[in-house]
Design a protein around this ligand. Structure first.
Ligand code: KG4
Ligand code: ZN
Length: 337
């Protein structure tokens, strides 16, 4: 019997992920195959390698998601899939799999924006209230998104140069600390003390975030020490970088909260797993007791398909299913999605 069961696929970067969601909120399975060990050898995600591993893994992960959920493809009522933004070759693998399933089983296909997925991941924790402000911080994005209502997105501040996660990854790389940089710097910063003074970089535009200047400031500080024949204290540098990066994020978030007075603030994306960000946003929101704050568990911060299933289920309430001719898009506008 067909219930409201959505099978969702996420392959925008280096996770091959499939989830099955019942009635918009009951997660029956959430399988994530992480390629991280392969990309670690290269110090970052190699797009071509990511696509190839998605091709090798996608069928297996779909079968596993069905098995764990204890359903068959005949039970599935729609397919949700990340259409973009992301690595184009990687996105294509998930989208082709989704299209093939939708076509063969004659069920609707629902193309989803990856960032909408990250934001809606919070629905798996508690119902969202609107107007809502989402702080989206990931490897490809640093954004503040205003949702006046469900299914309406307005980007009010965005990445001007490097996204915050990208800056974490690059700074970790220049310090030879490993990949992905975010979790490594998070851990190292806990052992660091205030010692290095990094430049406080201001974005060029008031509605932008900027992290490339901060990254350069770390590189210059390392070069200065090397010139003197010294090496930096990595923990202290991780501490200095993280505090400066989060200063910018928190200052802008505070401005937006004061300006908009939302009912709900959520954080989303891989960098939302950062322990210091979680601590500092809680501290900030403690000054606004009337605003609800949701901090999703780690497993819903980094890329997963549960979030895509929730986004597909919400999109399906408001929008027509996607045409089978849709294509993967490396760049995709959230506001018009
Ligand atoms: O959302 P995500 O899994 O993929 C994208 O859509 O980009 O985010 C990945 C990013 C990487 O840059 C990674 O270094 C960062 O999230 N990240 C963290 C932490 N865990 C993952 N950054 C800071 N602290 C963490 N604990
Ligand atoms: Zn992501």
């Amino acid at each position: 019997m067909k219930k409201d069961l959505i099978l969702a696929i996420e392959t925008s970067c280096d996770e091959t992920a499939v989830a099955i969601l019942r009635e918009g909120h009951e997660l029956l399975s959430n399988i994530v195959y992480s390629q991280i060990e392969v990309h670690q050898q290269f110090g970052g995600v190699v797009p071509e390698v990511a696509s190839r591993i998605h091709v090798e893994k996608i069928t297996e992960v779909i079968f596993e998601a069905l098995e764990v959920a204890d359903v068959t493809m005949e039970d599935i009522s729609a397919i949700g899939v990340t259409q973009g933004p992301g690595l184009i070759g990687a996105l294509h693998v998930g989208l082709q799999a989704a299209k093939a399933l939708a076509w063969y089983y004659e069920i609707p296909l629902i193309g989803v924006h990856h960032i909408a997925g990250h934001i809606y991941a919070n629905e798996l924790v508690e119902p969202l209230s609107y107007p809502l402000v989402a702080l989206v911080v990931s490897g490809g994005h640093s954004e503040l998104v205003l949702m006046k209502e469900e299914n309406q997105f307005e980007v009010i501040a965005q990445t001007g140069d490097d996204a915050i996660g990208e800056a974490y990854d690059k700074v970790a790389r220049v310090m030879d600390a490993g990949y992905p940089g975010g979790p490594v710097i998070d851990k190292m910063a806990k052992l660091g003390k205030p010692h290095y003074e990094l430049a406080k970089v201001k974005p060029h535009q008031p509605d932008q975030f900027s992290f490339s200047g901060l990254k350069s400031s770390v590189i210059q500080a390392i070069a200065r020490e090397e010139k003197k024949g010294l090496s930096i204290n990595k923990e202290d540098m991780a501490f200095a970088f993280q505090e400066r990066a989060l200063d910018q994020i928190l200052e802008k978030t505070k401005e937006v909260i004061e300006d908009i007075s939302p009912k709900h603030v959520v954080i989303a994306g891989g960098v939302a797993a950062n322990s210091r960000l979680r601590e500092r946003i809680q501290e900030l929101l403690s000054h606004y007791p009337e605003i609800k704050l949701t901090i999703p568990p780690m497993k819903y911060c980094t890329d997963n398909a549960a979030m895509i299933a929730v986004a597909a289920s919400i999109s399906w309430k408001y929008n027509k299913p996607s045409d089978l001719s849709i294509s993967a898009q490396s760049v995709l506008d959230l506001a018009v999605f």
